[in-house]
Ligand binder design. Structure first.
Ligand code: OAD
Length: 261
């Protein structure tokens, strides 16, 4: 069961400050405050589009024009979104040397836009299109126009370079993510329902290797009772703001105490 003492934010900040090698796993929840809908729940993408019809590789190969109805919405929503305070807080934590990498299931590019430098895109990125026939790649912004289905020079329909159900995780992203998980001191899990494998296995991997697992989510998830050590209940932006504040106080305390005044 998650603990965290009487002040779980302070406890999480203490762990982050002591270990200074946190890795973060993010999901759609961190981008909700940027106006990008998450996947599950009544307002999620999968309430509008059945993932079996719209989000599998098989569906794309069978009916790419139909799948592009959903993809067009995702490209335009992601393309118009800006990072929010939660993305900015993670970039600040990396700058402070507290966070060393972000593993994201999101395909919106908002961590990089906020200034995070080490971002592992576990499910690919909407910023690139790939031809599933000749494998030529293009920048989405150079090839896609609203309402149109983008074509390769070979005339086949392009697919965003994101992982659809039935596709493997890009091997390098998977290798690096697992290595980060096995060697971090704290794994922060933010805004994911942790229902999609293998991403949802990353927290357990980190925990089995000795990391503390801190979860930031307004709701409990499949991890909360079994893997999470500290559940910080709330929005990503609100909780990260409190953590940053606590860490800034921590930074000030040792120097004044050690000077003996
Ligand atoms: P989900 O939609 O499954 O879960 C979003 C999570 O974010 C939920 O647990 C919410 O409680 C939480 N949440 C909502 N608002 C939040 C906020 N402001 N701050 C923090 N958390 C908040 O999205 P993912 O877990 O990311 O994969 O979904 C994982 C994968 O399933 C996606 O990458 C996608 C999808 O199918 C593929 O398409 C392969």
């Amino acid at each position: 069961m998650p603990t965290g003492g009487s002040d779980p934010v302070r406890e999480a900040a203490r762990l982050l400050a002591e270990r200074r090698n946190a890795v973060v796993l993010t999901g759609a929840g961190i981008s909700v405050e940027s106006g990008i809908p998450s996947f599950r729940g009544s307002q999620g993408m999968w309430a509008k589009y059945d993932p079996m019809e719209y989000a599998t590789l098989h569906a794309f190969m069978q009916s790419p024009r139909k799948v592009w109805e959903m993809l067009s919405e995702m490209v335009s929503v992601c393309g118009g979104a800006a990072p929010n305070a939660a993305h900015a807080s993670l970039a600040a934590l990396e700058e402070m040397g507290v966070v060393r990498a972000v593993i994201t299931q999101n395909v919106d590019g908002l961590h990089q836009a906020a200034g995070s430098r080490r971002v592992i895109e576990y499910h690919g990125s909407m910023e690139e299109l790939i031809c599933v026939h000749c494998w030529k790649r293009y920048l989405t912004r150079e090839r896609w126009t609203p309402g149109a289905v983008p074509l390769c020079d070979c005339d086949e329909i392009l697919k965003p370079n994101v992982v659809l159900f039935g596709e493997p995780i890009p091997w390098l992203a998977q290798e690096v993510a697992e290595e980060e998980a096995r060697t971090c001191g704290v794994l922060m899990v933010i805004g994911t329902s942790a229902q999609v494998s293998p991403a949802c296995d990353i927290p357990r991997l980190a925990k089995d290797a000795g990391a503390a697992v801190v979860e930031i989510n307004p709701e409990p998830t499949s991890l909360t009772a079994s893997v999470t050590d500290i559940h910080l209940r709330g929005s990503a932006s609100g909780v990260l703001r409190l953590l940053l504040k606590e860490l800034s106080l921590d930074d000030e305390t040792p120097s004044s105490e050690s000077s003996g005044h």
